[in-house]
Design a protein around this ligand. Structure first.
Ligand code: FAD
Ligand code: NAP
Ligand code: FMN
Length: 1149
C-alpha cells in the first residue's frame, strides 16, 4: 500500500507494522507505536524533528532518571555559538510561520533575515510578542512529562520582559497568582521575565514553585512541614525570614533581577488559595489538619524558545489529585500514610494486606472531594489520562507525533487501569523546550557580604508590609501595561468607529486598549490576542461593512481550518448562531464556576471576547454581521465574556451601547481579576464625559494655499484613495408632468486609473452641504473667524512632567487647515440630527433655563429624544432656531460634529460603452418633516448633484462590489429586478452586453428586466433605452409594474414575479442555473425574496428547501443584492418599526 493512501490519522492497518519495521522496506523511516489495549498501531514522524540530543544513549535507557543531563540547562556547562543560535532561531521562526500558514512568505523571509542580522550583530535577537506567545504554548505542547497538554493552546502569557527590578517581579507574580487562582476556577498562565543575555543579567525566581510550604529541620533530624523544601527554607531563614514553625507555612518569594542579590517578599495571604482536606465519609480525617494550595506554579524551570533562554518564567496549570496524594504520602514528604492507615483501623505490619493502597486511595478520594466541594479546579487521574489519550491522538493526526515520558505520564496509582499504561510512547526533545536548571543559589554568589548565606539579613515585617501595599497599588497599573485589549471595528458611516473610541476610553482604565480597523488586521494574529472587543455595523442586507469584508471571510476560513481562502462566499445570515446556541450562553453563565478543564479546544480557546452590533430594525437582518462575528468567534471556542449587545439606530442605540460597554468592562475586569483594583465608577464616567471645553481651543491663521487640495484632505480624513471627476451634464429622467426628479448624472473621469470599474460597482461621492445652511449656521456663531480665512484649529494639551504640568498648543489633526466655510461645507455633517452627547454640550451653552432644561431632557437619549429626532429630523441650523439662546462657539462645531460621509451610487454605465465616463441615476431626495407640516429638507448629495454646474469637480472613489457581477458566460440567464432608481446598475449591465455583442460577437442569452414605477407617463426611467436594448437582443424580456397608474390596481415588481412570470422565472433560474439580481430598497428586496420563495414552492419545492435553496444560491454567487437602504416610503417604514419596537419593549440587553 502506497504511503499516500494511508489513513490521515497516522494509523497503520493490521499487518503493516512488520513491513514498516523491515529494514529492507523503503518505509523504514516510520517508527511505529502500538497500543496494547486496542491493538492500534500508529506511526510517529515528529521525532524526526527532535533535537539531536536524546534522553537515552546508545548503551542504556535513561527512562527512569529523574533529571537526565539532557534535560538540564546549566549555564556553567553551556557555550552556544552564534551559529547554534541561528540554527535554533531559524527552526523556531520556521515553525512560527508554518503554524500561521505563511511558510516562505515575504514576511517569513524578512523576519528570518532580521533575526540573523540581529544574532550576527548582537549575538541574540528579540522575540516579538506573538512569537513569545507561540513559543510558550509550543514549549508546553512539547513537554513530555506533562499530562495536561490537551490544554496547550489555552495559556495566558504575561509578557514581563520589560521589567528591571525585583519589586516589579513581585507585583507581576502577584498578578500571575491572582489571574491563575481566579477564585478557584484555575487558569493556566505563564509570566516571562527578561531572557538570559549580557545586557539583562540573570533573572531567577529562587523558589521551586511560587507557593510551597516550609520544611523546618528539627534538632532530632525530623522535619516539621514539607521535607522537600528544607534547604530552601534554610536559605530564606539565613536571609532573615522567620517562619512560624507550622506544617503549612507558605514560603516567601526570593527574587533575583539583573544578576543582583535576591530580594525577599512575603506572598500576600489573600493570593494563596488553600483547600482543607476532608473525607466525604470519614469525619476524623479533617482533624488531621491537612491542606494543600490550589495553584501548582513551577518557577525554577527554564524555557528555551528559538535559542532565547528564559531562566525565570513561572507557569502553572492545575493539579491532578494524585500529585497532592504523593506530596502528602511519600516517605520523603509529609509521610502521612501510616498514621492515616491507623486511623482507618488497618493493620500496617503486613504489606500484603494492601493497607498502603487502601490508605492512598482514601486520601485521593478526600483530595478530589475537598477540591471539588470548594469549587477549586482539580482532575482525577482517570479523566486526566483519558484527556491525554485524546491529545495524543490529536497530535499524531495534526503533527505526526507527540513526545511523552511514559514513566511520568502513567499515574502513581492504578497505573494499569488508565489507558496510557497500554500505550507505547516515544520520548524526545523538541524546541521550544522546558529545561530543569541548577538551583539558583548554587549559581549565585552573594555580592552584599552582609547578606551572604549564613548571615542573617533582617527584613522587618513593616518593610514587607510596605512591599505588599506597594505591590497591590501597582497591580492595576502594571496589569494595564500587560493585558492588551484589541477593539476591532467595521463601519460604513462612522458610528462604529466613534463607539470604538469611547470603548477605548473606558478600557484604558484597566487595560492597554487599542483600536484596529478590521481590514487593517492580520487575522492569523487573532489566536495571540487575550481580549477582543468588536464594534461593527451591518450593511447591505445583513452584510459586513466594506472594511469588514476581508476580516469576515478570513475568520470564516479560519473556522473551517482552510489553508487558503475558500470559494464559499461569506454570508452573515447563514453564519448567525441558531437561537438555542445563544440561549445556552445564559445557562452556562448562571453556573457559579464554569469548568476550565473542558477538553473542547478551538484555535481561539485563549481569547476572551464580546461583540456590539450596530444596526437598524428597519432591516430584516438586524445586526446580522455583528451576530455572525459573535457566532464565528464562539464556534472557535473563544470565551464569550458577555452576550452580544445590539444597538438599533431607530431606538436607543447610544443607550444600548453605553449599557453594553459598562457591562463588558466589568466582565473583563472580573475575568482578569482586576475588579478590586479598578474604580469601575470612574471608568464608567468616561462613557458620558465629553472632553470639550471652549478654552482648550483656539484658531491660528494659515497661508491660504493650505486649502488647495480638498480631495486629498478628504482622502486622508477618510483613509480612502480619492479622485476627482467633472460633471459633464445632468438629464432629468422624469417627465415634465412629474413633480419629482430622477437625474442621470454624467461624469468625466479624466482617465484616472483610480476610477477603473466594472459593471455592478458603486461610485462613492463626497458631497457639499447646501450653501444656505452653511451661511445660516455661520451667522449664528458667537466667535466665527472671517468665514473665508484659512485657519488651523489648535488644542491645548497638558502633560505631566517632572517640572509639573506643562501646557502646549498643538495643531488639531482632526481637520486639515481650511476656512470655516469649507469645514462646514465639505468636511462636517450639519444635517444629521446631533447625538445626545452633543445636545448635552448645547445644553451647557443655552442661556435660557427652559431651553437648557429641554436640551438636558433630550440629551438623556430617551423616548423624548427619539420622537424629537424622527419627527423633526432637525439639522443644526434648525436646532439653533429652536433654541435661540444657545451661544455657540465655532470650536464646538469643528471639534464635535461628525464627519460628512460619502454617498454611494450604483454606477449606471459600462466602462466599455462609455470610456472615460461614469454615469449615475440619482433620485433627488426631498421631504417635509413632522409628517408633512414641517420644513422641506433636501438630501445633501442628491441635491448637490442636482445643483452644481457642468464642469464642477466632484471628489469620489470606486467601491468595488465583487458580489454584484454579470455572469462570465453571456448565455447564462439573468433576471434583473429594480423598481425606481433600483434600475441604476442594470443600465451598466445592458450597456456592457451591447458592447460585447457588437465588439466580441458574443451570443446573448436570457436577460429579463423587471422594473417598477408609479405612472407610465411620469417616471418610466430609461424606457427608450430598454426598447433599444431589446431590439439589439440584449434584453430578452422586460416587464413593468405600475403602482399608481389610473384605473389599474397597484402593482409592484414582486406581484409580477409571483403572479405573472412564475414559470418563466423557475425555468430560467432553477432549470437553467440562472442568476437573480435585486437592486434598491431593502423592504422591496425582502418582499421580492418572499415572492421568489413562493415561485419555488409553486413549482414543487418544499418550503424549508426553498430557504436552503436561496441560501445556496447566495453562497454560490447566483443571488445578488444591491441594497440602497430604507429608501422607499422612508418615514412610513421607520415610524412603524419604531412603534413596534416601543410597543414590544424590545430591550437589547
Ligand atoms: C450601495 C448603495 C447604492 C446606492 N445607489 C443609489 C443609486 O444608484 N441611486 C440613488 O438615487 N441612490 C442610491 N443610493 C442611495 C444614496 O446613497 C443616498 O442615500 C441618496 O442619494 C440620498 O442621499 P442624500 O445625501 O441626497 O440624502 P441625505 O441627506 O442622506 O438624506 C437622506 C436621509 O434623509 C432621511 N429621509 C429621507 N427621506 C425621508 C422622508 N421621506 N422622511 C423623513 N426622513 C427622510 C433619511 O434619514 C435618509 O437617510 C445608494 C445607496 C447605497 C448604500
Ligand atoms: N437614502 C434615502 O433616503 C433615499 C435614497 C434614494 C431615494 N430616496 C427616496 O426614494 C424615492 C424615489 O425613489 P425611487 O425613484 O427609487 O422609487 P419610487 O419612484 O418612489 O418607487 C418606485 C416604485 O417602487 C414602488 N414601491 C414602493 N414600496 C415598494 C415595495 N415595498 N416593494 C416594491 N415596490 C415598492 C413604488 O410604489 P408606490 O410609491 O406607489 O407605493 C414605485 O412604484 C424618493 O422619494 C426619494 O426621496 C431616498
Ligand atoms: C444601505 C444600508 C444598509 C443597511 N443594512 C442593514 C442591515 O442589513 N441590518 C441592520 O441591522 N442594519 C443595517 N443598516 C443600518 C446600519 O447598520 C446602521 O445605520 C448603523 O448605525 C451604521 O453604523 P456605521 O456608521 O458604523 O456603519 C443599513 C444601513 C444602510 C445605510
Amino acid at each position: 500500500m502506497d504511503g499516500s493512501q494511508k489513513p490521515r490519522n497516522n494509523e497503520i492497518l493490521p499487518g503493516e507494522r512488520a513491513e514498516l519495521r523491515n529494514p529492507s522496506s523503503s518505509k523504514q523511516r516510520f517508527e511505529t507505536l502500538k497500543n496494547w489495549e486496542t491493538d492500534k498501531v500508529q506511526r510517529d514522524t515528529l521525532h524526526l524533528k527532535a533535537c539531536p540530543v536524546n534522553v537515552c544513549d546508545r548503551a542504556k535507557c535513561n527512562g527512569s532518571v529523574m533529571n537526565p543531563s539532557q534535560m538540564i540547562s546549566d549555564p556553567r556547562n553551556e557555550s552556544r555559538s552564534p551559529e547554534d543560535i541561528v540554527q535554533l532561531a531559524t527552526d523556531f521562526i520556521d515553525q512560527y510561520y508554518e503554524s500561521a500558514k505563511r511558510f516562505k512568505s515575504e514576511a517569513h523571509l524578512n523576519r528570518l533575515h532580521e533575526v540573523k542580522q540581529s544574532i550576527k550583530g548582537q549575538g541574540t535577537f528579540t522575540l516579538t510578542e506573538h512569537e513569545l506567545i507561540f513559543g510558550a504554548k509550543t514549549a508546553w505542547r512539547n513537554a513530555p512529562r506533562c499530562i495536561g497538554r490537551i490544554q496547550w493552546n489555552k495559556l495566558q502569557v504575561f509578557d514581563c520582559r520589560h521589567i528591571t527590578s525585583t519589586a516589579e517581579m513581585f507585583e507581576a507574580i502577584c498578578t500571575h497568582l491572582k489571574y491563575a487562582t481566579n477564585k478557584g476556577n484555575i487558569r493556566s498562565c505563564i509570566t516571562f521575565f527578561p531572557p538570559r543575555n549580557e545586557a539583562n543579567g540573570e533573572f531567577r525566581v529562587w523558589n521551586p514553585q511560587l507557593i510551597r510550604y516550609a520544611g523546618y529541620r528539627q534538632l532530632d533530624g525530623s522535619v516539621i512541614g514539607d521535607p522537600v523544601n528544607v534547604e530552601f527554607t534554610q536559605i530564606c531563614e539565613r536571609l532573615g525570614w522567620v517562619g512560624k514553625g507550622g506544617r503549612f507555612d507558605v514560603l516567601p518569594l526570593l527574587l533575583q533581577a539583573n544578576s543582583k542579590d535576591p530580594d525577599m517578599y512575603e506572598v500576600p495571604t489573600n493570593l494563596v488559595l488553600e483547600v482543607d482536606i476532608k473525607h466525604p465519609k470519614f469525619d476524623w480525617l479533617e482533624k488531621m489538619g491537612l491542606k494543600w494550595y490550589a495553584v501548582p506554579a513551577v518557577s525554577n524551570m527554564l524555557i528555551d524558545i528559538g535559542g532565547i533562554q528564559f531562566p525565570a518564567c513561572p507557569f502553572n496549570g492545575w493539579f491532578m489529585g494524585t500529585e497532592i496524594g504523593r506530596d502528602l504520602c511519600d516517605t520523603t514528604r509529609y509521610n502521612i500514610l501510616e498514621p492515616l492507615a491507623k486511623q482507618m483501623g488497618l493493620h500496617t505490619k503486613n504489606n500484603s494486606s494492601l493497607w498502603k493502597d487502601k490508605a492512598v486511595l482514601e486520601l485521593n478520594i478526600s483530595i478530589l472531594h475537598s477540591f471539588q466541594s470548594n469549587n477549586v479546579t482539580i482532575m482525577d487521574h482517570h479523566a486526566a489520562t483519558e484527556s491525554f489519550m485524546k491529545h495524543f491522538s490529536n497530535e499524531l493526526r495534526l503533527r505526526g507525533g507527540c513526545p511523552g515520558d511514559w514513566v511520568w505520564l502513567v499515574p502513581p496509582v492504578s497505573g494499569s487501569t488508565t489507558p496510557i499504561f497500554h500505550q507505547e510512547i516515544f520520548n524526545y526533545i523538541l524546541n521550544p523546550t522546558c529545561y530543569y536548571q541548577p538551583d539558583a543559589w548554587k549559581l549565585h554568589t552573594l555580592k552584599n557580604r552582609d547578606q551572604k548565606v549564613g548571615k542573617t539579613k533582617k527584613i522587618h515585617f513593616k518593610e514587607l508590609a510596605r512591599f505588599v501595599l506597594l505591590a497591590s497599588t501597582m497591580m492595576t497599573k502594571a496589569m494595564a501595561k500587560r493585558v492588551k485589549a484589541t477593539i476591532f471595528y467595521a463601519t460604513e458611516t462612522g458610528k462604529s468607529l466613534t463607539y470604538a473610541k469611547i470603548l477605548r476610553e473606558i478600557f484604558n482604565h484597566a487595560f492597554d486598549a487599542k483600536i484596529v480597523a478590521m481590514d487593517e488586521y492580520d487575522i492569523w494574529l487573532l489566536e495571540y490576542e487575550s481580549l477582543v472587543l468588536v464594534v461593527t455595523s451591518t450593511f447591505g442586507n445583513g452584510d459586513p461593512p466594506e472594511n469588514g469584508e476581508t476580516f469576515a471571510q478570513a475568520l470564516q476560513d479560519m473556522g473551517n481550518g482552510d489553508n487558503e481562502s475558500s470559494s464559499k462566499k461569506f454570508d452573515s445570515v447563514n453564519t448567525v448562531a441558531p437561537l438555542q446556541k445563544r440561549v445556552s450562553f445564559h445557562a452556562k453563565n448562571t453556573t457559579a464556576n464554569q469548568d476550565n478543564t473542558s477538553e473542547e479546544q478551538g484555535i481561539l480557546a485563549n481569547v476572551k471576547f464580546s461583540v456590539f452590533g450596530l444596526g437598524s430594525r428597519a432591516y430584516p437582518n438586524f445586526c446580522a454581521f455583528g451576530h455572525a462575528i459573535d457566532t464565528m468567534l464562539g464556534d472557535m471556542k473563544a470565551e464569550r465574556l458577555l452576550e452580544i449587545g445590539e444597538g438599533d439606530e431607530l431606538s436607543g442605540q447610544e443607550d444600548s451601547f453605553r449599557h453594553w460597554a459598562q457591562n463588558v468592562f466589568s466582565a473583563a475586569c472580573d475575568s482578569f481579576c482586576l475588579k478590586e483594583d479598578v474604580n469601575i465608577e470612574i471608568a464608567n464616567a468616561s462613557l458620558s464625559n465629553t472632553t470639550y471645553h471652549p478654552s482648550n481651543y483656539r484658531f491660528k491663521s494659515v497661508d491660504i494655499a493650505a486649502e488647495e487640495n480638498i480631495t486629498g484632505d478628504l482622502g486622508k480624513m477618510h483613509k480612502k484613495h480619492l479622485s476627482s471627476c467633472r460633471l459633464i451634464e445632468r438629464i432629468n429622467l422624469q417627465s415634465a408632468e412629474s413633480k419629482r426628479s430622477t437625474i442621470l448624472v454624467k461624469l468625466d473621469t479624466n482617465d484616472s486609473p483610480l476610477l477603473d470599474f466594472e459593471p455592478g460597482d458603486h461610485l462613492g461621492i463626497y458631497p457639499c452641504n447646501q450653501p444656505e445652511l452653511v451661511d445660516g449656521l455661520i451667522s449664528k456663531l458667537e466667535d466665527a473667524p472671517a468665514k473665508d480665512d484659512v485657519i488651523q484649529m489648535e488644542t491645548l494639551k497638558r502633560k505631566n512632567t517632572h517640572l509639573g504640568i506643562i501646557e502646549n498648543w498643538e495643531a488639531d489633526v482632526r481637520l486639515p487647515p481650511c476656512s470655516l466655510r469649507t469645514a462646514l461645507t465639505r468636511f462636517l455633517d450639519i444635517t444629521t440630527p446631533p447625538t445626545p452627547q452633543i445636545l448635552s454640550l448645547l445644553a451647557e451653552c443655552a442661556q435660557d433655563e427652559n431651553e437648557k432644561t429641554k436640551l438636558k431632557v433630550l440629551s438623556e437619549g430617551s423616548f423624548a429624544y427619539e420622537d424629537w429626532k424622527f419627527q423633526s429630523f432637525p439639522n443644526f441650523l434648525e436646532i439653533l432656531e429652536e433654541f435661540p439662546s444657545i451661544k455657540l462657539s465655532s470650536s464646538l462645531l469643528l471639534s464635535q460634529l461628525p464627519f460628512l460621509q460619502c454617498r454611494y451610487y450604483s454606477i449606471s454605465s459600462s466602462p466599455n460603452y462609455h470610456p472615460g465616463q461614469i454615469h449615475c441615476t440619482v433620485s433627488v431626495v426631498s421631504y417635509t418633516t413632522k409628517g408633512g407640516s414641517g420644513p422641506v429638507h433636501h438630501g445633501v448629495c442628491s441635491s448637490y448633484l442636482n445643483r452644481i454646474p457642468a464642469g464642477e469637480k466632484i471628489s469620489c472613489f470606486i467601491r468595488h462590489a465583487s458580489g454584484f457581477r454579470l455572469p462570465k458566460d453571456p448565455s447564462t440567464p439573468c433576471l434583473l429586478i429594480g423598481p425606481g432608481t433600483g434600475i441604476a446598475p442594470f443600465r451598466s449591465f445592458w450597456q456592457q452586453r451591447i458592447y460585447e455583442t457588437s465588439s466580441e460577437a458574443k451570443v446573448n442569452g436570457t436577460m429579463a428586466l423587471l422594473f417598477g414605477c408609479r405612472h407610465p407617463l411620469h417616471d418610466h426611467l430609461y424606457k427608450k433605452e430598454v426598447e433599444e436594448a431589446k431590439k439589439l437582443g440584449v434584453i430578452s424580456h422586460s416587464y413593468t409594474a405600475f403602482s399608481r397608474s389610473p384605473h389599474t390596481p397597484k402593482t409592484y415588481v414582486q406581484h409580477i414575479l409571483e403572479n405573472e412570470i412564475s414559470d418563466f422565472v423557475f425555468d430560467s433560474i432553477h432549470n437553467r442555473n440562472g442568476h437573480f439580481y435585486v437592486c434598491g430598497d431593502v423592504t422591496m428586496a425582502a418582499d421580492v425574496n418572499r415572492a421568489f420563495k413562493s415561485v419555488l414552492v409553486k413549482n414543487g419545492m418544499m418550503k424549508e428547501d426553498s430557504d436552503n435553496y436561496i441560501r445556496k444560491m447566495k453562497s454560490d454567487n447566483r443571488y445578488h443584492e444591491d441594497i440602497f437602504g430604507v429608501t422607499l416610503r422612508t418615514s412610513e417604514v421607520t415610524d412603524s418599526v419604531r412603534k413596534h419596537v416601543r410597543k414590544n419593549s424590545i430591550k437589547p440587553l
